[in-house]
Design a protein around this ligand. Sequence first.
Ligand SMILES: [Mg+2]
Length: 100
Amino acid sequence: MESKPIYEYIGQPALLEQLGEEACELGQASLKMARYIRSENPTPKTAFDVTKDLVEEVSDVLVCIEELKAAGFINDKTINAMKEIKRTRWYERLGGNENV
Ligand SMILES: [Mg+2]
């Protein structure tokens, strides 16, 4: 593990830009995997390719998130609270109960 957080090397705006870039790449990887699974619009990518790409982009985003925490932009307490709200709302929209 490096001795100081990434933002101290590149600055906070560049860290946020990196997150934006990686989040877009994650979106593309996720959509490509859905396209592969659905198969209605075939892609030359293999199951290995789409899985590898998704894992790579999830990892990129998670690294950025960890660095945002290190930079003090966000923290686990507020993220966990928001996650609970979002998950509950999602279950409600589905007409279900997450505790069932
Ligand atoms: Mg990436």
